[in-house]
Design a protein around this ligand. Structure first.
Ligand code: ADP
Ligand code: MG
Length: 377
């Protein structure tokens, strides 16, 4: 149980379209993440699923039942917000039990459920504390505990980790990943953080201005973004974009010239409408660039302007002859210095091409792990 179906969902506030024509199918026990920049409609979409907002048009089905007009409390869902909204004067135990008490569940049953949730969330030794005596991560776990005891068919999370500091966020992210293996429920999770989306999701829904840009597994979005927006949003540091010109459209791909150093590259994508001379945008991720390309291999020439040494990796910011800057990911022990002239090597197989409408030209080959199920990558 926990299948959620959205068909043609629209939401307007006044004459402002906040959600536009969203069609989405969430499978039983799937972990789906809504990701997008601030204001893209993630929270609104989640609140529509929860029933906290009503749709302007379209329908929402949960396990085949049309719940479009059903009250939130009757949808069988539990929501966890960014602000934990715990009752400060109540113990952890009573905070977790509150909803069950209101629903007048038998005392023994409540105790059993609270204890089970506390065990799952490793909160057993904190049950008699008040929220003020807990860390941010522990408070967030109490908020999740309140959701767990309701045995929802789906959990809805709205940026649950964004109030936590960076180290705790990583820890809680792991706890949520573990939790999803313990709980037999569908999870819908909103975040603006693409790393959270990549690490937690079975399926990511990328939103922009209330519309779905792309739906797919994390690695499908990484390897096969359908447009420049998704390409730039997924992956860190962000993908480099360079102007390029088509010089040949062949069966094996599209050949382009990049920069003005005579760099010619064959990218294995379908040409579609593009013809010789068409201007396109070449996209390439920092991790797919390298310095020290030998003469005769496709490369861009530039000068290193900034070197960031993170220990495990080094980021080089290279200014090209045409004035553009590219980010190159090098090894932790890379010895390149500021001011050095470098040849940045490209491999057409790891490049993307975007047309004048910022749409990706479709890859001729699917990346071998782009569609791997969660947990196997
Ligand atoms: P996100 O969660 O992606 O940051 P939201 O869903 O909160 O985005 O908001 C999407 C857009 O809808 C924003 O432009 C926001 O200002 C607008 N919006 C959200 N709620 C309301 C409301 N109750 N009335 C009017 N506009 C709203
Ligand atoms: Mg939001």
């Amino acid at each position: 149980m926990g299948n959620i179906q959205l068909s043609g969902v629209n939401k307007t506030f006044g004459n402002f379209d906040v959600i536009r024509d969203v069609d989405l199918s969430i499978d039983e026990r799937e972990f789906v993440v809504f990701v997008g920049p601030s204001g893209s409609g993630k929270s609104t979409l989640l609140r529509l699923v929860a029933g906290l907002e009503s749709v302007t048009s379209g329908s929402i089905l949960i396990d085949g039942r049309d719940v479009t007009a059903v009250r939130p409390s009757r949808r069988g869902l539990a929501m966890v917000f960014q602000s934990y909204a715990l009752y400060p004067h109540m113990s952890v135990r009573n905070n977790i039990a509150f909803g069950l008490k209101m629903a007048k569940e038998p005392k023994a049953r409540i105790e059993e459920k609270v204890n089970a949730a506390a065990r799952t969330l490793q909160l057993e030794s904190y049950l008699d504390r008040k929220p003020r005596a807990l860390s941010g991560g522990q408070r967030q776990r109490v908020a999740i505990g309140r959701a767990i005891v309701r045995d929802p068919t789906a959990f809805l999370f709205d940026e649950p980790l964004s109030n936590l500091d960076a180290a705790l966020r990583v820890q809680m992210r792991l706890e949520i990943a573990r939790l999803r293996q313990t709980l037999d429920a569908t999870m819908v999770y909103v975040t603006h953080d693409q790393v959270e989306a990549m690490t937690l999701a079975d399926k990511i829904v990328v939103l922009r201005d209330g519309a779905v840009e792309q739906i797919g597994s994390p690695l499908a979005l990484y390897h096969h973004p359908v447009n420049r927006f998704v390409a730039g949003f997924i992956g860190s540091p962000t993908m480099n974009f360079l102007e390029a010109r088509v010089t040949a459209v062949e069966e094996t791909g599209v050949r382009v010239d990049v920069g003005n150093d005579g760099c010619s590259l064959m990218v294995p994508v379908a040409g579609g409408d593009v013809t010789n001379g068409t201007g396109v945008t070449l996209g390439v991720r920092p991790e797919h660039l390298c310095t020290g390309a030998t003469n005769g291999t496709p490369a861009l020439v530039g000068e290193v302007q900034v070197v960031e040494r993170l220990g495990g990796v080094t980021y080089l910011y290279v200014r090209l002859a045409d004035g553009n800057t590219v980010t190159v990911e090098a090894g932790g022990n890379d010895a390149t210095r500021v001011g050095e002239s470098v040849r940045v090597g490209l491999d057409g197989g790891t490049c993307h091409l975007f047309d004048a409408h910022a749409r990706a030209l479709p890859a001729l080959f699917r990346h071998p792990i782009a569609d791997a199920p969660a947990g196997t990558h």
